[in-house]
Design a binder for this molecule. Structure first.
Ligand SMILES: [Cu+2]
Length: 239
């Protein structure tokens, strides 16, 4: 119950932020999720109307069902089984909201053509410092409190590294550049990120850090965190 209240608050925050920046792509997905809740409220109040539909249907449907049964009996079994086994592109999103008093926010879309394909991660952030590098990761636990999202998602139990490196965490996504306005927009292809199966990243947390990821080449906590600095914004990855 507490998490759903938090989520509603975060969607409200994301909407308020998207109002000031009108044509960000991630504002559209937030808007559609909120309108579905308002339409369900409207349908419960108008529960006495369905009699209009039953009056118009009977005579015409009897004719159409006899013609379709002769033409489709041979083809329907094979086509229905084929459609269920065909790989469906997988998709997830994360609305990323500011943390630790920063103004960093934005959205991320994850798209994977099938279970064996790399995942294309498209991001759009604002509120960063200008002309820098920012480490981005998927952290293990789903939590809108960025600090409570646990370490990097690392199902192989190996050292931290760059995105797509042989030695790296599945959640290691490298660095992204910020422009002169502090915005960061682009996409990366991540071959160790999956949207299905036991190592799916859905339900985990996308985090953007306040500093550059040393990609495992530094000292101290380099092999676990990349010394990427504070967690400045995050969001749970949702299907
Ligand atoms: Cu991180």
């Amino acid at each position: 119950m507490r998490s759903s209240c938090l989520l509603a608050g975060l969607i409200g925050m994301a909407l308020a932020q998207s109002n000031t920046q009108s044509n960000n792509w991630y504002s559209a997905s937030v808007g559609s999720s909120t309108t579905s809740t308002s339409s369900s409220v409207a349908s419960t109040s108008s529960s006495t109307t369905p009699t209009l539909i039953s009056l118009s249907t009977p005579s015409s449907t009897q004719i159409t069902t006899t013609t379709t049964s002769t033409s489709t009996t041979s083809s329907s079994p094979s086509s229905s089984s084929a459609s269920s086994s065909t790989a469906v592109p997988l998709r997830a999103t994360a609305i990323v909201t500011s943390y630790n008093g920063t103004n960093v926010h934005g959205g991320v879309i994850f798209e994977q053509a099938d279970a064996n394909s790399p995942t294309i991660i498209t991001y759009d952030f604002a509120g960063n410092g200008p002309l820098g590098q920012r480490g981005i990761h998927i952290h293990r636990d789903g939590n809108t409190d960025c600090l409570a999202a646990g370490p990097h998602f690392n199902p192989a139990g190996i050292n931290h590294g760059d995105i797509n490196a042989a030695v790296s965490h599945a959640g290691d996504l490298g660095n992204i550049p910020t422009d002169s306005q502090g915005d960061a927009k682009g996409s990366v292809s991540a071959k160790f990120v999956s949207l299905s199966g036991p190592n799916s990243v859905i339900g985990r947390t996308f985090i953007i850090h306040g500093g550059r990821d040393d990609l495992g080449t530094g000292t101290g906590d380099s092999n676990t965190t990349g010394n990427s600095g504070l967690r400045v914004a995050c969001g749970i990855i949702m299907a």
